[in-house]
Design a protein around this ligand. Structure first.
Ligand code: S3P
Length: 440
């Protein structure tokens, strides 16, 4: 029976220091790239969540050795396309769009059909966005239901570089083609709308031949097949997407202060900070440092009583894409109307989050105007929740669960939030940290 969280009281005033778990995007990328390296790579602070464990299980099924040590993970890669596996292999990406899409790029040369499956949420998501470019690189796909999981991939013997236009701002699509390019002859040229650039930074660090030219809205990326990838150790920084729930918690709480240590503040990921600051949040980034091309910092948040609505520039959308649910919550408690536009992609996530965000705010008594790709939120700093709220999280979306928990703790009311287990896909320690903050 999936467990339900019951919250009846707002969070008490706090002054605490926390650390969130490792970044999900970087954890999955480390697992996949280490599987292509030669020899032993190690990672510490790897996120121990279902999405990352699904990535580890997948490469293990593909014949890669993985060892769990006391404080780190070890992967012993067999080199590029060094997978060894039996016929009729099935890989389960569970809830993870990132794993499902990225691993297809690595399977571009698989000589036998490999089946890819996922959970209910992932099986309703679009895969044509990645099967189309991979078909151009030579892969063949077989479906039960067109463009959806379960699907099977059959690779090609001769993979040739392509020119690819990534126009959605999807880092998953860009990264999947980049991983396929590790096997492609000639040059793979990608014109990609701005999105998180962890794969590019890892390629540079690993000395994979990559050239990047940046313009305002697009990055032009050229990749050539490397001779080999050397094994590499990596210390995964804290996840800004997990931190976002606590940034909003501290912002909306009364007279509180929170320090979140060692978080990745990669500029392509910190839209949530930019947006909340524009709304009047008190957030500072301390002790900033560089780590293998990534930026890391401590984040200090002080509560702010005077948030104001925002007309959010859509250039910030991709750098805040996983954080909009909590941003909507901040907008509900801000003075004035907020407007978020060009957000059709938000309905393509683990659940249709633009629609759900609006529905949840309505249940809280907040007025919204929703279209297919935008939302207007009529904020109220004195918002009081009158009716009891029950959230049936039917696709078990981890971020819906966490947004509702933060809403209950900052806006009050009587809440029953279903599917506590959903946090296991990205942030299993979420409720433990909440408890730590809430205890005097
Ligand atoms: C991710 C990219 C984003 C994001 C997802 C993680 C990644 O998805 O929403 O949670 O690690 O590449 P899209 O590429 O679909 O925008």
């Amino acid at each position: 029976m999936p467990e339900t969280l019951i919250i009846k009281n707002k969070i008490k005033k706090f002054n605490k220091q926390i650390q969130v778990s490792g970044d999900k995007s970087l954890s999955i990328r480390w697992v996949l790239l280490a599987s292509q390296a030669i020899g032993k790579s190690k990672a510490s602070n790897l996120l121990m969540s279902e999405d990352v464990l699904a990535a580890i299980d997948s490469i293990k099924k593909l014949g890669i050795k993985v060892k769990i040590r006391k404080n780190h993970y070890e992967i012993v890669g067999n080199g590029i396309n060094g997978f060894k596996y039996k016929k009729n292999l099935t890989i389960d990406a569970k809830n993870s769009g990132t794993l499902g899409r990225l691993i297809l790029g690595l399977l571009i040369k698989s000589p036998q059909k490999i089946r890819l499956i996922g959970d209910k949420s992932l099986s309703r998501r679009d895969f044509s966005r990645i099967t189309r470019p991979l078909e151009r690189l030579g892969a063949k796909f077989y479906y039960k239901k067109k463009n959806k999981l379960p699907l099977s991939i059959l690779g090609s013997r001769s993979v040739k570089g392509i020119k690819y236009l990534e126009n959605k701002g999807s880092a998953q699509c860009k990264s999947s083609v980049m991983l396929a390019a590790l096997n492609a002859s000639g040059t793979t040229s990608i014109k990609a709308k701005k999105s998180r650039n962890h794969t590019e930074l890892l390629f540079k660090y690993l000395k994979i031949p990559i050239k990047i030219k940046k313009t305002k809205n697009y990055d032009f990326i050229n990749i050539k097949k490397p001779k080999k990838i050397r094994a590499f150790n990596y210390q995964i920084p804290g996840d800004i997407s997990s931190s976002a729930f606590f940034i909003v918690l501290a912002t909306l709480a009364n007279n509180s202060k929170l320090l979140i240590k060692n978080v990745s503040i990669n500029p392509s990921r910190i839209g949530v900070i930019t947006i909340l600051k524009k709304m009047g949040a008190k957030i500072s980034l301390n002790n900033q440092r560089d780590y293998r091309g990534e930026k890391i910092s401590n984040i200090l948040i002080k509560s702010s009583k005077n948030l104001k609505g925002i007309n959010c520039p859509s250039e910030l959308n991709s750098s805040a894409i996983d954080e909009f649910l909590v941003i909507f919550l901040a907008a509900a408690k801000a003075k004035g109307i907020s407007y978020f536009k060009d957000l059709a992609e938000l309905n393509q996530k683990e659940s249709p989050r633009l629609n759900w965000g609006s529905k949840i705010l309505n249940m809280m008594g907040v007025k919204t105007e929703l279209t297919k790709n935008s939302i207007k939120i009529y904020g109220d700093p004195d918002l009081k929740i009158i009716k009891p709220i029950t959230i049936k999280n039917y696709l078990k979306d981890h971020r819906i669960f966490m947004m509702c928990t933060i809403a209950a703790l900052t806006c009050g009311g009587q809440w029953k939030i279903h599917d506590k287990d959903s946090i296991n896909s990205s942030f299993p320690t979420f409720l433990k940290i909440i408890k730590k903050i809430n205890i005097k």
